[in-house]
Design a protein around this ligand. Structure first.
Ligand code: HEC
Length: 123
């Protein structure tokens, strides 16, 4: 926990550049490296290729509202079915990169702006 706190504090001090970390409190992450690891480390298999999620396999991760600390905790000690990823498999820094990439993805459109859905009674 002590090492994690130090890492987190080091990350916080790098947060001055908004291009590197969009969410307050998140350590700076390398978006390109995060995108690569999201695929090579297999996250896409359950969470969709662009973090879109799927009902049966894993929740949406794009633009997650989870703070970085909770995101990291889910990898180390998953809340339910997801397999754990230890630090020797994915380092805290790589998790920060994945988080940064997920935060950089475009936001989903407002359902009210989609004619197909408004035609189906979404107001
Ligand atoms: C085998 C399927 C699977 C893989 C692979 C997987 N996950 Fe998950 N993930 C899940 C499931 C299912 C959940 C729902 C909670 C649980 O079961 O622990 C989840 C939950 C999460 C959550 C919490 C989301 C929320 O809003 O509560 C995060 C964050 C997350 N996963 C990140 C990742 C990352 C990053 C990777 C790749 C390193 C990954 N997952 C790989 C299945 C998977």
């Amino acid at each position: 926990m002590k090492i994690f706190t130090i890492t987190l504090l080091a990350g916080l001090s790098l947060c001055a550049n908004p291009a590197l970390a969009q969410q307050a409190g998140a350590p700076a992450g390398n978006i390109e490296n995060g995108k690569k690891h999201y695929t090579t480390d297999g996250c896409y298999q359950c969470h969709g290729t662009v973090g879109n999620g799927a009902a049966l396999t894993g929740p949406k991760l794009a633009n997650t509202e989870l703070p970085f600390e909770a995101f990291l905790m889910q990898l180390r000690q998953p809340s339910n079915d997801m397999a754990p990823y230890e630090a020797k498999i994915i380092s805290d820094a790589t998790v920060a990169d994945i988080y940064a990439w997920l935060q950089s993805l475009p936001k989903s459109p407002d359902p009210k702006s989609l004619p197909l859905l408004t035609g189906m009674g979404v107001k």
